[in-house]
Ligand binder design. Structure first.
Ligand code: SAM
Length: 243
């Protein structure tokens, strides 16, 4: 157990993902800032804007990690709203909860160990469901999208922030160089673990591109699906509605 949370049983890819995040949990925020040169903060800010969440609403944040989005949402929904902060990994969720308590977020945040592929909530429940830099780690992405759709109330929306595919060849080349040599080296220096960051680079390359993810959302039933490219397509924010 970690921080009193029991790990959930998972398959092989998931076990690898767990190992990666177990190994980086405590220095996760620092790595995020270094790896993205701080730009992840802008990506997340835009996601919050696009979510359009209001006071009193209920938000489910999947793969919350250390809870950057959950923290912002908790401020927006206020004391009458609710944010469920969740992650499949007990170490990450434990770090996240500590972080939220440090920020003074109490009262409207619930913590839950959740596999995005099988969300333990009933249908039509949340105003907004988000997953930021989490979907690419999920083994069955279509199942996760189906589940996100299911737990949304009609009129609710889903937001997916994820690394995507660079829009131009030169950027793509530079990005590969960065991901496959700079990143693992940073990983080695900072958390003494280059293989975790090599895994991350590979998972980014394998992740469906912008249009593919959009059509996967449509397959799950989402409507008015659109995406916003950031930093030349290195990151894309997808949004879809349950109508
Ligand atoms: N959302 C945070 C952010 O934007 O900084 C954290 C993202 S972190 C890169 C990815 C998280 O996804 C990890 O904490 C990992 O444990 C979690 N994760 C991996 N597979 C998952 C799954 N199947 N369901 C839910 N979370 C998962």
């Amino acid at each position: 157990t970690h921080f009193g949370y029991q790990q959930v049983p998972v398959g092989e890819k998931a076990a690898r993902v767990r190992q990666v995040f177990d190994s980086v949990a405590s220095r996760y925020d620092l790595m995020n800032d270094l790896m993205s040169l701080g730009i992840h903060r802008l990506w997340k800010r835009h996601a919050i804007e696009l979510a359009g969440v209001r006071r009193g609403q209920q938000v489910l944040d999947l793969a919350s990690g250390t809870g950057d989005l959950a923290d912002r949402f908790a401020g927006i929904v206020g004391p009458d709203g609710l944010v469920v902060m969740s992650d499949i990994n007990a170490a990450m969720l434990g770090e996240g909860r500590e972080r939220m308590l440090d920020r003074g977020r109490v009262g409207n945040v619930q913590y839950s160990l959740i596999n995005a592929e099988k969300i333990p909530f009933g249908d039509d429940r949340f105003d907004c469901v988000t997953i930021s830099f989490g979907l690419r780690n999920v083994t069955d992405k279509q199942a996760a999208l189906d589940e996100m759709f299911r737990v949304l109330r009609p009129g609710g929306k889903a937001l997916i922030v994820e690394f995507s595919h660079p829009l131009t060849k030169p950027l793509s080349k530079a990005y590969d160089l960065y991901s496959f040599s700079v990143l693992p080296t940073l990983g080695k220096l900072i958390v003494n673990d280059s293989s975790s960051y090599r895994y991350l680079a590979e998972s980014i390359r394998m992740h469906p591109d912008q249009e593919t993810l959009r059509s996967m959302m449509e397959t799950s039933g989402f409507e008015r699906c659109e995406y916003f490219n950031h930093t030349g397509g290195i990151v894309a924010i997808h949004r879809g509605y349950k109508l």
